[in-house]
Design a protein around this ligand. Structure first.
Ligand code: ADP
Length: 401
């Protein structure tokens, strides 16, 4: 069964075609700058060279048509006809309180994704465009949606509520939802395999540290807390996002700097984090290079980033009354031995003992990077949200037949 996994953004669309249940990636690619006459289309079939085009792609429907054209292309394609796409699985950022698991797309599901536009104004509208585009081009093909928030729906009220008037929760669903759930779920399952223990018996802290970053506390495979909140702004310091700040800063800065709501929102989401403190970049590679070259602001940015991450790990060890393993994933988590070393070297009081040599190893393998006797294991697990979407889609569509 061939499953097309789609991550639709407002001006981009990424895809992977999976053969299930083998979990084999047949092809992948992306369409960038949708809406322009110079859109960039990239496609790569397994075992073949990557192919790029600059084309006029004016909307998501045109983007899906182009993806299918590449998938069926006589040289670079892998499919003989559209009928060989058996199902489509979409990544959707916000599922609110409605969706605690993946579901097949129906008109009620689409209505609900639309109702949630308020909570994810940058993401959910684009996902819905992706769903509609597939409907237009492949009307008979079943579609599913896999939510970034769903995995965290197991959080207890003490973790998901904010201590503010409850009327805001009742009327507007202002609460903590958490994100990166598909990634936290994937790496926790892989971690249990690597540790050779049932997931049900483990207390894990999973650290998804990319441009966006979040930490999750996972007990027995269920998320009990996570650092992102109602939006992906809460929690850790990130590339361009502030993470946790005193909320009183918002009205104060608006008053002093005469900022509008839009400006203050943009400041905290796009002009803060590593970028603001270093004055250089939001990219961790550049921060580390500048720090190594003696740049004091880059060092401060790195130290604040590491410090805030370490505090969350400590907090989650307390939240779970113990911790069996720390799992690092995503761009920074998978690749930066320096950040992992900085974090773990100050968690020795919890029994964390990093194996310096293993920490320096690189690659796309799941790996244990702690010493054998370490009370808390430390792991690097490259994330794979796409395979989780393919699995859920396979289960929902194939299992339901
Ligand atoms: P996104 O949240 O956009 O999916 P990624 O998970 O790809 O982001 O992470 C991007 C981040 O990973 C960037 O800040 C990048 O600098 C960082 N990164 C990638 N490789 C390395 C590396 N070798 N060392 C440090 N940081 C890295």
């Amino acid at each position: 069964m061939n499953i097309l996994v789609i991550n639709a953004g407002s001006s981009s669309l990424k895809y992977q075609l999976y053969a299930m249940p083998d979990e084999q990636v047949l092809a992948k690619g992306k369409v960038e700058r949708i809406g322009q006459d110079t859109a960039i289309v990239t496609h790569e079939s397994a075992g073949k060279e990557e192919h790029s085009d600059v084309l006029e792609i004016l909307d998501h429907t045109a983007a899906i048509r182009q993806v299918l054209a590449n998938l069926m292309h006589p040289e670079r394609g892998v499919l003989a006809s559209m009928a060989e796409v058996h199902a489509v699985g979409h990544r959707v950022v916000h599922g609110g309180e409605t969706f605690a698991s993946s579901v097949q797309v129906t008109s009620a599901v689409k209505d609900e994704i639309r109702r949630l536009f308020d909570l994810a104004p940058l993401h959910n509208p684009a996902h819905l465009m992706g769903i509609r585009a597939v409907e237009a081009v492949l009307p008979e093909v079943p579609q599913t949606v896999v939510f970034d928030t769903a995995f965290h729906q197991t959080m207890p009220a003490q973790a998901y509520l904010y201590p503010i008037p409850m009327v805001l929760y009742r009327k507007h669903r202002i609460r903590r939802y958490g994100f990166h759930g598909t990634s936290h779920a994937y790496v926790s399952q892989r971690a249990a395999k690597l540790l050779g223990k049932p997931l049900e018996t483990l207390k894990l802290v999973t650290c998804h540290i990319g441009n966006g970053a979040s930490v999750a506390a996972i007990v027995g495979g269920r998320s009990v807390d996570t650092s992102m909140g109602m939006t992906p702004l809460e929690g850790l310091m990130m590339g361009t996002r502030s993470g946790d700040i005193d909320p009183a800063i918002v009205p104060f800065a608006m008053d002093k700097e005469e900022l509008t709501l839009r400006e203050v929102n943009s400041m905290l989401n796009k002009h803060s984090g590593l970028f603001a403190v270093s004055g250089l970049s939001s990219d961790m590679r550049e921060i580390i290079a500048a720090m190594d070259a003696g740049d004091a602001n880059a060092r401060l940015a790195f130290e604040m980033y590491e410090y805030r991450l370490r505090k969350y790990i400590g907090a989650y060890a307390a939240a779970m009354n113990g911790m069996d393993a720390i799992v690092f994933t995503a761009g920074v988590g998978e690749n930066s031995s320096k950040l992992r070393q900085a974090v773990c070297s100050k968690l020795t009081f919890l029994g964390v003992r990093l194996n310096e040599t293993a920490n320096l190893s690189s690659g796309s393998m799941d790996r244990l990077i702690s010493e054998e006797g370490s009370t808390v294991a430390v792991l690097v697990v490259p994330t794979n949200e796409e395979v989780m979407i393919a699995r859920d889609t396979y289960r929902l569509i194939h299992g339901g037949r």
